[in-house]
Design a protein around this ligand. Structure first.
Ligand code: NAD
Ligand code: HSO
Ligand code: ZN
Length: 425
């Protein structure tokens, strides 16, 4: 069953940095071969790998208008209502992130400012190997639309020539996706990055995926932007002895069912709570349809950690920097100041991670594997660029002339100085 660790063991096993990229060398090798092929052979290579890895053989990889209409008619009305409600909450939260272009300094003879410009075309990766993720479409496309992105292209794999899941088409329409391609894995990332005969290259690729997708995103970064390398799901729960063990076990299992490599952690100063959560995990796991995946995750890189105090639980959580952090202690809102690193925080017994995964309004594409120390979850900011501008008239430049030329001489870049001085001859 799940490992029980002391604080020291947790720090050693979960919070030390590794020297390598974290990617299996075989995965990196095969992904870089796939990317090279896609760059050279375009659609033909995309089709070859789609057939090999997904068993899908179509030579028409775009989802057609007819398929879209057929799919939409198959979605249950209550699913459509749920998608629209979730979309409204996500929209309401993210529209507050929109920042306008602004003038930062305006004097009579000069003006400095910052233009906020949307990206033209973005690609959204929607995972499709082990589950379908309509919620991920909303989380990626809604902030892009709010940022003003002109074209949103979505890719998602389908298995064995199956039709695309209707719920994905419905979510794509609600979120404002323009085109959908039935491709996944590294070949889809390559197609979005380099373009093919039928797919126009994008400026940035966002969205989560498995190790092949993540490695491909890492390798194409530089030619295109990427949001982050979002790995398998994680949750850390800080709880005291008053927390409900059934809630905690359910929240741990919810993230464990995503992936065998998911990491789920309880940090508590209560030995009794650990015992109760352990029992709950055993009984709840039995009833979980995705028991096979969740049980590998729970028994793998996951842990129940006994700490000295709630304060120490926060220290360990900050060292781990989890994707999701749940706080199930007395007066959870008052603990916000103790958080240094976490992708997204869920406060109290009635704000489980699943609330944010689907509905609350915050984004569920979040930094994993300790990267919350230096990065943030997906937001409108991921889809804009900030372009600064400067206006000076002759008199304003004359005022700065001496200082500029002094600095150009220090750097021995007198051509720079000349480009100032020539204006005053
Ligand atoms: N952080 C987030 O916001 C978030 C949200 C949803 C899902 N996730 C994570 O995304 C991941 C989804 O993974 P998935 O596998 O279900 O779907 P996926 O779409 O990421 O991967 C499936 C693709 O992998 C490729 N592939 C499979 N085996 C291969 C091989 N041997 N060689 C080369 N390519 C191969 C195939 O092309 C296939 O289309 C999970 O880890 C899940 O936890 C994260
Ligand atoms: N928990 C995932 C991010 O780690 C997001 C998700 C999508 N659907 C359900 N959950
Ligand atoms: Zn989830």
């Amino acid at each position: 069953m799940v490992k029980k660790l002391t604080s020291t063991q947790f720090l050693e096993q979960f919070c030390t940095r590794k020297a390598d990229s974290g990617f299996d060398p075989e995965v990196l090798q095969s992904v870089s071969a796939i990317l090279k092929d896609v760059q050279l052979e375009g659609d033909q290579a995309v089709q070859k790998y789609t057939e090999r890895f997904d068993g899908t053989t179509t030579d028409n990889l775009i989802v057609s208008e007819v398929e879209i209409q057929e799919a939409k008619n198959k979605v249950a009305p209550e699913t459509l209502t749920a998608l629209k409600e979730a979309a409204a909450n996500i929209c309401a939260f993210h529209e507050k992130q929109v920042t306008p272009s602004r003038i930062m300094a305006a004097e009579e003879r000069k003006q400095l400012g910052q233009l906020v410009l949307p990206m033209e075309r973005i690609g959204i990766y929607v995972p499709g190997g082990k589950a379908v993720y309509p919620s991920t479409i909303l989380m990626n496309a809604i902030p892009a639309r709010l940022a003003g992105v002109k074209e949103i292209i979505m890719v998602t794999p389908v298995k064995d020539n199956e039709a695309i899941a209707p719920v994905l088409v419905a979510a794509a329409e609600i979120a404002g996706v323009d085109k959908i391609y039935k491709i996944g894995g590294a070949q889809a990332i390559g197609a979005l990055a380099y373009g093919t005969e039928t797919i126009t290259p994008v400026d940035k690729i966002v969205g989560p995926g498995n190790a092949f997708v993540a490695a491909a995103k890492m390798l194409v970064f530089g030619q295109v932007g990427i949001d982050m390398i979002a790995g398998p799901s994680e949750v850390a729960i800080i709880a005291d002895n008053a927390a409900d063990p059934a809630f905690i076990a359910a929240d741990l299992l919810a993230q464990a069912e995503h992936d065998e490599n998911a990491r789920v952690i309880l940090l508590t100063d209560s030995e009794v709570l650990i015992q109760l959560v352990e029992k709950e995990l055993e009984s709840q796991l039995e009833k979980l349809p995705r028991k096979a995946i969740a049980s590998v995750a729970i028994n793998g890189d996951s842990a129940l950690v006994l700490t000295d105090s709630v304060a120490e639980s926060f220290e360990l959580s900050n060292a781990f920097a989890p994707e999701h952090l749940e706080i199930q202690t007395a007066d959870p809102l008052s603990t916000l100041g103790k958080i240094k690193h976490a992708g997204s925080v869920f406060l109290g017994s009635y704000a489980p991670t699943a609330l944010g995964d689907y509905y609350g309004g915050t984004n569920h594409v979040l930094p994993t594997n300790g990267t919350a120390r230096f990065s943030s979850g997906l937001s409108v900011d991921d889809f804009i660029k900030k372009t600064t501008y400067t206006y000076y008239d002759k008199e304003a430049l004359q005022q700065g002339r001496m200082a500029i030329t002094q600095l150009t001489e220090e750097e021995q870049l007198t051509g720079h100085g000349d480009s100032i001085n020539i204006r005053f001859k």
